[in-house]
Design a protein around this ligand. Sequence first.
Ligand SMILES: *[C@@H]1O[C@H](CO)[C@@H](O)[C@H](O)[C@H]1NC(C)=O
Ligand SMILES: *[C@@H]1O[C@H](CO)[C@@H](O)[C@H](O)[C@H]1NC(C)=O
Ligand SMILES: *[C@@H]1O[C@H](CO)[C@@H](O)[C@H](O)[C@H]1NC(C)=O
Ligand SMILES: *[C@@H]1O[C@H](CO)[C@@H](O)[C@H](O)[C@H]1NC(C)=O
Ligand SMILES: *[C@@H]1O[C@H](CO)[C@@H](O)[C@H](O)[C@H]1NC(C)=O
Ligand SMILES: *[C@@H]1O[C@H](CO)[C@@H](O)[C@H](O)[C@H]1NC(C)=O
Ligand SMILES: *[C@@H]1O[C@H](CO)[C@@H](O)[C@H](O)[C@H]1NC(C)=O
Ligand SMILES: *[C@@H]1O[C@H](CO)[C@@H](O)[C@H](O)[C@H]1NC(C)=O
Ligand SMILES: *[C@@H]1O[C@H](CO)[C@@H](O)[C@H](O)[C@H]1NC(C)=O
Ligand SMILES: *[C@@H]1O[C@H](CO)[C@@H](O)[C@H](O)[C@H]1NC(C)=O
Ligand SMILES: *[C@@H]1O[C@H](CO)[C@@H](O)[C@H](O)[C@H]1NC(C)=O
Ligand SMILES: *[C@@H]1O[C@H](CO)[C@@H](O)[C@H](O)[C@H]1NC(C)=O
Length: 691
Amino acid sequence: MEHPVMSTTSLFSLTFCAIFLLFLPISILKISLATTLSNETDKLALLEFKSHIDSPLSVLVSWNESFDFCQWVGVTCGNKHQGVIGLDFQNKKLVGIISPHIGNLSFLQSLNLARGEIPVSLSHCSNLQSLDLKYNQLVHEIPSELGFLSKLQILILESNHLSGRFPPSLGNLSSLQNLSFAYNNLEGEIPNTIAQMKSLTSFDVAINHLSSLFPPSLYNLSSLTYIALTMNNFSGHLKPDFGIALPNLQILWIGLNLFKGTIPVSLSNVSDIHSLDIGGDYFTGTIPMSFGSIPNSIGKLSSLNILNLGANKLIGEIPSSFGNMTQLLGLYMYNNSLEGSIPPSLERCSHLQDVCLCHNKLNGTIPEQLLGPQSLPLVLLNVSHNSLTGSLPPNVGNLKLLVALDISYNKFSKEILAQLGDCLALETLYMQGNYFKGTIPDLSKLKGIQYFDLSNNNLLGQIPRYTINFHEQNLNLSFNNLEGDVPVEGVFRNASAVEVKGSIGNFGNVYKGKLGLDEKNVAVKGNDFKPLVYEFMPNGSLEMWLHPEDGFKQLRSLNLLQRINIAIDVASALLYLHPHCQTPIIHYDLKPSNILLDDDLNAHISDFGLARLLSKSGKEVLLSQLSLAGVKGTVGYVALEYGMGSQLSTNGDVYSFGILLLEMLTRRRPIDKLFKDDLNLHNFVKLALPG
Ligand SMILES: *[C@@H]1O[C@H](CO)[C@@H](O)[C@H](O)[C@H]1NC(C)=O
Ligand SMILES: *[C@@H]1O[C@H](CO)[C@@H](O)[C@H](O)[C@H]1NC(C)=O
Ligand SMILES: *[C@@H]1O[C@H](CO)[C@@H](O)[C@H](O)[C@H]1NC(C)=O
Ligand SMILES: *[C@@H]1O[C@H](CO)[C@@H](O)[C@H](O)[C@H]1NC(C)=O
Ligand SMILES: *[C@@H]1O[C@H](CO)[C@@H](O)[C@H](O)[C@H]1NC(C)=O
Ligand SMILES: *[C@@H]1O[C@H](CO)[C@@H](O)[C@H](O)[C@H]1NC(C)=O
Ligand SMILES: *[C@@H]1O[C@H](CO)[C@@H](O)[C@H](O)[C@H]1NC(C)=O
Ligand SMILES: *[C@@H]1O[C@H](CO)[C@@H](O)[C@H](O)[C@H]1NC(C)=O
Ligand SMILES: *[C@@H]1O[C@H](CO)[C@@H](O)[C@H](O)[C@H]1NC(C)=O
Ligand SMILES: *[C@@H]1O[C@H](CO)[C@@H](O)[C@H](O)[C@H]1NC(C)=O
Ligand SMILES: *[C@@H]1O[C@H](CO)[C@@H](O)[C@H](O)[C@H]1NC(C)=O
Ligand SMILES: *[C@@H]1O[C@H](CO)[C@@H](O)[C@H](O)[C@H]1NC(C)=O
C-alpha cells in the first residue's frame, strides 16, 4: 500500500539530495506524521536507506535480518503498532544519498542527519511541526515548497550555507512561531507575505545579506518577542510608533545595518524589553529622554539587561534617567559623539558589569558614586578616547571584580593612585595617552596583569621593580619622563616583549629571541638604528642573587667560592676593557644589576649604555658629552669625583668594582638606609671585618 503523496513526481528530487554525512552530522530533523502504514514498509524503507549509505564506523552492520529492525542501531520505534519514530545518526559519519524511501517512514518524528540540500520532498510531510536543521552545511535555496508545511511551528535553518531569497510562500506558514535563518547567505528582501505569520514570536535572520527597509510586515506581527536582523543591509528609518506596533518585544537586535534617523521614542513603551542592540547603524540625534525615566509604569526600559547604542552618530548627553534601568548588565555607547559627563545616577544600576563609553566626547571625572562601598560589580570599564579629567576616584580599589580598565586617551592629569593596586582581578590596564604625573605607584599586588600600558604620560621617577614580575606581559612605559635603571634582568627572565623607549634615555626596546642554528636564547636591545644582541642569561643578574627581597624570586644563595669566581670574572672583564682593548672602554655603570650570570654562573658585564670610549689622545674624555647627558651612572657606585666634574677615567670603574666587592660580601647596597651620617658601606665593612 502506497502513501498517495509519495507517488508524486516531486519525490524524484529527493534522489538528488546527496546528503553527505562525512563529518559530524548534528542535524535534527523532527518529523511528525499521523498516517498509518504497515511495519513492513518501514523495514523496506530502512533497508533502502542502508543500501545508499556507506558507514565507515560500521553502524549499519546490525541492520540485518537476524534482528527485528527496532533493535537496529540508530533506530527508535514507537509503542504499540507504530513503526519507526526516530533515526539518529549523529556523529556517525555516514556518507551517501538519502533514499526517497525515507518518506515512507510514516511515524517518523525525528531524523538526525546532516549536509546537503533541504529535500523538497519534505514538503509532503504535511504534519511536520518542527524542522530544525541548524549547524549543517546545507547549500542552495530554501525550497519554496516548505510553504506547504502548514502545521509547521518551528523552522530553524540557521548556521548553514543557504543562499537565494526568502521564499514568499513561507507566508503560508500560519502556525509558525519560531523562524531562524541566521548565519546564511540569503539576499534580497523579506517578502510582505510574512505579515500572515500571525503566530510568529521569534524572527531571526541575522548575519545574511538581506536588504531593503525594516521589513514593513514585521510591524503587523504584534506577537513578536524576538527580532534579530543584525548584520545585513537593512536601511531606512524605523517607524515612530515602532514600540506601539511591537509592544511585546523582549529582544531587538538590529545592529550592523544601515538604519538611520532618530531612535523612536516609542521604544520606551516596550515594557518587557531586556536586550536592545542597535550598535553599528547610522542613527542620529539624541538618546530619547524617556529611556529609563519613570520606571515600571509602562516600560521605560526598566527591564533592560543589555543596551547597545554604540557606533552610531548619536549626540547629546547620556540621560541621567539611565540610572532607573536597574537591571542593566551591559551598557555600550562607544563610538558616538556623546558629550557631557558620565551620569552619577548609574550607581543605581547595581548589576552593571560592562561599561563601554569609549570614543565619545565625554568630559568631567569618573563619578565616585560608581565605585562606592556598594560599588558596581564592574568587570570592564572602557572610557578610552574621551575628554575625562582628574584621576581615578580614590575608591577605585572597591572594584574587586574589575578585569579590564581602559581610560586611555583622555585628559587625566593627576597622579596614579596606589589604590588601583587593590583591584586584584585586573588583567588589562590601559592608561596611556593622558597627562598622568608623579611616580608610578606600587601596583605589585596585581599578579594577573597581562597588559600594562602607561605610555605617553608625564610620569617621573624609576620604573618600579615589580614590573619585572609581570609574566609574559605587554609592558609599555614609553614616552614618559622616567629615568634611572631599567630593571632588565627580569625582562630577560620573564617577559616576551618589553618596550621602554622614548625619553627613558639610552635604553631601547628589549626583546627575548632566538638566534643562530642552535637557536640560542638571546636578549635583543634595540633602538631605532641598530639592535645589540646579547647572550641570554638564564641566571639573571647578580642583583637578583644578592637582593631577592626586592621583588625578585628567591634564587639559591651564592657560596664564597662562587662569589670569588664572579669577582674574578668581573675583574678579568675590566682588565680586558681597560688596557687590553685597542681603544680603552670605560664602562661607567658597573653594579650588580649589570653583572649577568650564565648557566654556569660565569659572570658577564652587560649594559654598555653608558660606556664611553676613551679617545686615543689620552684622558680628554668628552666632558661636554657627559654634561649634556647629566651625571649618569648610579648613585653609590659612581666615583664621587665624577660628581665634582672630574674627568672620566678607568679609575672610576675600579672604584665601582671595589663597591661591588663590598656589596657581594655584605649583601648590602651602598645606598642601604642603614648608611647615614658617617656610616657608609666602606667603614661598615671595616667595622665588621677589622683588619
Ligand atoms: C547482524 O548484526 C549483528 C549485530 O550487529 C551482527 O553480530 C551479525 O554479524 C550481523 N549478521 C550479518 C549476517 O551481518
Ligand atoms: C510488525 O508487524 C508484525 C505483524 O503485523 C508485528 O508482530 C510486529 O510487532 C510489528 N512490529 C513493530 C515494530 O511494530
Ligand atoms: C516507498 O517509497 C518508494 C520510493 O518512492 C516507493 O517506490 C514505494 O513504492 C513506497 N512504498 C512502499 C510501501 O515501500
Ligand atoms: C501559499 O498560499 C498561497 C495563497 O495564499 C497559494 O497561492 C500558494 O500556492 C501557497 N504556496 C505554497 C507553497 O503553499
Ligand atoms: C522559539 O523562540 C523563543 C523566543 O521567541 C524561544 O524562547 C524558544 O526557545 C524558541 N524555540 C525553539 C524551539 O527554538
Ligand atoms: C551590503 O551591501 C554592500 C554593497 O552592496 C556589500 O558590499 C556588503 O557586503 C553588504 N553587506 C552585507 C552584510 O551583506
Ligand atoms: C499590515 O498592517 C498594515 C497597517 O497596519 C495594514 O494596512 C496591512 O493590511 C497589514 N497587512 C496584513 C497582511 O495584515
Ligand atoms: C508611550 O509612552 C509615552 C511616554 O513616553 C506615553 O505618552 C504614551 O502614551 C505611550 N503610548 C502608549 C501607546 O502606551
Ligand atoms: C527615575 O524615575 C523616577 C520616577 O519613578 C523619576 O522621578 C526620576 O527622575 C527617574 N530618575 C532619573 C534619573 O531619571
Ligand atoms: C570606533 O571608532 C574607532 C576610531 O574611529 C575605530 O577605530 C573603531 O573601529 C570603531 N569601532 C567600532 C566598533 O565601530
Ligand atoms: C563638558 O562639556 C559640556 C558641553 O559639551 C560643557 O557644557 C561643560 O561645561 C563641560 N564640562 C566640563 C567639566 O568641562
Ligand atoms: C576599549 O575600546 C577600544 C575601542 O573600541 C578598544 O580598542 C580597546 O581594546 C578597549 N579596551 C579594552 C580593555 O577592552
